[in-house]
Write a protein that binds this ligand. Sequence first.
Ligand code: T1G
Length: 701
Amino acid sequence: MNELVNLRTEGRIGVIEIDSPPVNALSQTVREGIMQSLQSAVENDEVEAIVLICSGRTFIAGADIREFGLPPKAPHLPEVVAALEASPKMVVAAIHGTALGGGFEIALGCHYRVARPDARVGLPEVKLGLLPGAGGTQRLPRLIGVQAALPIMMSGDPVGAGKAKELGAIDHVTEDDLLKESMAITERLLAEDAPLRRLCDIQIDPASIPENYYDDFRAANARRMRGYFSPERIISAVQAAVEMTFEDGMNRERELFTECMNSPESVALRHVFFAERQAAKVAGLAKDTPLRKIESVAMIGAGTMGGGIAMNFASRGIPVYMVDVDAAAIERGLAVVRSNYMRGVKKGRMTEAQLENLMQLFTPTTNYEDLADVDLVIEAVFENMAIKKEIFERLDQVCKPGAILASNTSYLDLDEIAQVTSRPRDVVGMHFFSPANIMRLMEVVRGAATAPDVMSTVMKLARQIGKVAVVSGVCYGFIGNRMLEGYIRESGLMLLEGAKPEQIDRVLYEFGMPMGPIGMGDLAGMDIGARIREERRRNGTLPADERFGLVGDKLVAMGRCGQKTGAGVYLYEAGSRKPVPDPEVEVLIQREATRLGIEQRSFSDEEILTRCIYPLINEGAKILEEGIAQRASDIDLVWINGYGFPPYRGGPMHYADSVGLNKIYEQICSYRDTLGNEFGYWEPAPLLERLATKGGRFADF
Ligand code: T1G
């Protein structure tokens, strides 16, 4: 017993209760408390069985991640689980909320498991670059079979109590009071003289594993496993559960777990875990800042973006007005929404009836007067300041006081938009990423006048609709798109200097990006980039560098906008997304290079990688120093959740810290000196220079 774990007896049942908010994580104190309570219960003659339960919002949500990387302290988690399992008295786990990782492993050490219907169990260690390290890889396959257990460990996603019962991982699901019902079940088991089921005693029959099962599993999960360190080790640990004794399997699990724990991938993924929790904390915003009610939304612009954004709200039961210039445009938008939902029906994620109910939540209108009573309006029209200002002026006239007016602008000055209204306090940026119903990132742009309760409301709403919300100050392109410029610029310049598009894309793909910058341009449509450059040429914000976006502009002028026109930098056969290098483009690039006097050369993979990634880091340093981003880890979340930066590298700023800022600074200086710095492309950010020279890290800024 200690301050976090107590034991009390209720009749002949000993109740071990853990009370360690917020999620009863298995800190050293909790582990010690469980061991002490168990020993006392076992030694107490009045106690014939034990129920292990947690107070607060959830059962144990895993090992205490904050202790990772610190010298491990006894009792170690595998010992605690083994002690529960070896207990001469029955131990029943009573589960509510989420039994995750070490928490589920604790439950697997118990002889029986009872759960509330809305409870979930899982082994999410893979999301932290780890594997279940307290017997999960050995006990779960023994309980539910390898073919049911391995996918649970590989996805890391929780399983509902109903499904877990079907699989045999949970014995009883109860709607009633969890403790009372768990004690009643324990009484029944005692009365029936039920056995103490110890999973360590079970031996899996190797013949039960289909031939080539592991290779087939690898092939089926190749995309999910790409670049990650721990998945292959999870498979090895599960194989050990089949091929070794329990004890040897546990030792093998420990070896593999330690390898994962010390891997840079796990350090990066643990960084991302806490980064997501940190991002929700907004500087200057008190925890108890009031929230505005959001029960209705209006979407200005029913295009692809508008439809995707609106789905986020409708899917949570919030009705949405769909507004556009005419009924036909709205109809087209709603048709896209319906086809997106239909994909869910086809995948069995919803029924046709549910789809029809969702479509009822969309109300088409071309009349702004209908928006008089909505709580939140989101504008997602073409990226043009004049059009956006006109819309916000109209919204200012019709919307009720207290309505939040949000813009999905991905580049433009939110303060300039807010200034056309009489209520800039109610104006905020909600920058979604395409496809908006899928991409997890939302940049929440805080304007100079945006009110605290607007910020707190939008941050909470973002979480409610399943988004990772990251606060950005106002600047051109906010965090993500501002950093994107250098990444795209350099890939375009290297084309002119002789790098092959397929080499550039291969290097970034192997680095872990879902696709390289050239292929991404073709997918997104190069006409979008060309239009933005044209707009910037007009307002004088584009570098006076003829090479900047030249290849893209030339191809777009030839009608080659990318996949949507069957040709961009690459060729695409009808119905195929497979990029095919096109000699015609190579000739075009050579011609432009000759015209500009650029001598073409071959490129090393290293140069391609650093010329694409280092501008990200350099711009990130400027964004951090300017206070556009609150912290370096926010920048990491933007690039991981908005641009596909590999999570197992922790995002560009964490990656920079892992490479060493001095090395990056020196390389940037070298590019400044070799590639020239006429347009300031390779001017090191002052923060980077300062941290590099004193051996600092972005993480500490
Ligand atoms: N350790 C330490 N702190 C934790 C924690 C954990 N396992 N889980 C959550 N927190 C903190 C979190 O940082 C936040 O703090 C607060 O709790 C609320 O969390 C041997 C090695 C349980 C589903 O991966 O998925 O066991 O910001 O905001 O949205 O095999 O937290 O308020 O200061 O996320 O309601 C495996 C991780 C560990 C589960 C709740 N377990 N947690 O979500 O709240 S590895 C996990 C979650 C392991 C063993 C291995 C979620 C949640 P703060 P929150 P939430």
